[in-house]
Design a protein around this ligand. Structure first.
Ligand code: ZN
Length: 403
């Protein structure tokens, strides 16, 4: 009797065709590196635990991880479900598709896990995992990241209630004298780790919001942005979050094409010493925002196109400050041509006063001053969010130079 399920394949038929190709299925469909499939003990490709994984190599296609996969693990159907995080019909479909069996696949082609990263806490306890999956989307190579965690050895595909942590968190706390490289994505992180450097990333790259300042303080930081708009934005967000309590360098790698990153740079035979030299010669970030314009090569971001006059503030040592005569807009209260800060407890009418002052300066009133006077003024509210504040402030500062 022909029994069909939502996969479009029949399990017995698939088993018949798969006979003798179990290891191949484990490699190509489940996504387990072939070196791990010799029946000896290996690092678990899923949880990353050392020596706890082995394949049965008895014709069943089963494997075991003493930690994360020790039950219902007797055949390749189970292994594909485990590794790919899919249900049985989907595993059957993946295998049937792989074997080129007769059925019309309804969805896009398969994704397979090429690497799993484990985010561990300071006690080396796994908090969550990220799989990098590669496959085809509309016929083109595509990648995606899947985040999940384990609850009572069940896989849960969300991070609800979990505070995102940086990759290599423990190392960050232990290697405090080293420059910390912050990159976008685990792959870039691995590329730097292979150089023996201390590197970290948020899971899933730019999509996860880590409160970086909770993890990184009083140290040297090198941020390596991906060469695209979101990459620059990510770098700016991280830098802004760390601003003030760290020495930050934003390292724009020379020669990166659009969408490339440090991993690509290293792939093109970029060496560790070359990288360190670039970092060394990169000036400490001055706190000014930066953004990506398509076609930038990172060498001369502002060199082409229309001439743009950007007035920028100059950071100087307070000891070099020169005394200047103060141009009072409102004697002893508001200075003309400077940033004025109106600080006070919540609810004591700061907003009212700033609007009133603004109105008075613009239209002229008896108070604070008799005649209208043209002066650029900006009203912005700073409420709690430090990142928001920093960003807005920096943007305003860049556009206006001195007020
Ligand atoms: Zn495992």
């Amino acid at each position: 009797m022909e029994r069909k399920n939502s996969s479009g394949y029949n399990k017995e038929n698939v088993k018949a065709v798969a006979k003798g190709r179990e290891i191949e299925i484990l490699e190509c469909v489940a996504g387990i590196p072939i070196d791990f499939l010799d029946g000896k003990h290996h690092t678990c490709p899923k949880c990353g635990g050392k020596d706890r994984f082995r394949s049965f190599n008895d014709g069943t296609g089963g494997v075991i991880c003493n930690q994360c996969f020790k039950e219902n693990n007797g055949d390749y159907f189970a292994v594909v479900q485990w590794m790919q995080g899919v249900d049985f019909p989907e595993a059957l479909r993946l295998i049937g598709d792989y074997l080129g069996m007769e059925s019309q696949p309804t969805k896009n082609a398969t994704y397979r896990t090429v690497k799993t990263w484990t985010y561990t806490d300071l006690n080396d306890k796994p908090v969550y995992y990220v799989d990098r999956k590669e496959g085809l989307k509309n016929g083109k190579p595509d990648k995606k990241f899947v985040q999940y965690r384990k609850v009572n050895s069940q896989t849960v595909y969300n991070l609800d209630g979990i505070t995102p942590i940086p990759l290599n968190w423990k190392a960050i706390t232990e290697r405090i004298d080293e420059t910390l490289f912050i990159v976008e994505g685990e792959k870039c992180c691995d590329a730097l780790t292979a150089f023996g450097l201390l590197a970290t990333s948020a899971s899933g790259g730019s999509n996860t919001k880590i409160e970086w300042s909770n993890y990184v303080q009083n140290r040297q930081v090198a941020i390596l942005p991906d060469q695209d708009k979101p990459g620059y934005q990510y770098a700016l967000d991280v830098a802004t979050s760390l601003w003030g309590s760290n020495q930050i360098k934003i390292v724009f790698l020379p020669g990166l094409a659009e969408k490339e990153d440090i991993a690509d740079w290293i792939d093109r035979e970029g060496t560790k010493s070359e990288l360190l030299q670039i970092v060394e010669s990169t000036p400490v970030w001055d706190g000014l925002p930066f953004s990506y314009a398509s076609g930038d090569t990172a060498k001369e971001p502002a060199a082409k196109g229309k001439k743009e006059i950007i007035r920028r503030p100059r950071l100087i040592n307070p000891a070099e400050l020169e005394e200047k005569e103060i141009d009072w807009l409102w004697f002893n209260k508001i200075v003309a041509g400077c940033l004025n800060l109106l600080a006070g407890l919540a609810g004591i009418q700061k907003t009212f006063w700033s609007v009133y002052l603004r109105w008075g300066v613009w239209y002229g009133t008896s108070k604070p001053q008799p005649k209208p006077r043209w002066t650029p003024h900006f009203l912005f509210r700073l409420e709690r969010l430090r990142c928001f504040f920093m960003r807005k402030f920096l943007i305003i500062r860049q556009h206006c130079g001195s007020f």
